[in-house]
Design a protein around this ligand. Sequence first.
Ligand code: ZN
Length: 94
Amino acid sequence: MTSTTTETDTATRITGDTDLRPDHGDHERFAHYADRDKITEATVLGTPVVALCGKVWVPSRDPKKYPVCPECKRLYELGPDGRMRDWNERGASE
Ligand SMILES: [Zn+2]
């Protein structure tokens, strides 16, 4: 049994980058879906990844602490085909 915590490690990353947030700051409070390998790498390196919903975010070491992003969940449940269609539709409306 271990009782180590990485909370301080996460806290030190919160520097002065708050102006990177686009329109609202709720993204950081969700756990997003992304490619698992990318998330693993990003968690280790502390680099951002692109989630299914399009959000660029730095995965938490403890995603269970956060609710799943509803948009990511929706896209995840659509499956690869549904996601492709959704993305195409979104791209077409731009
Ligand atoms: Zn998301």
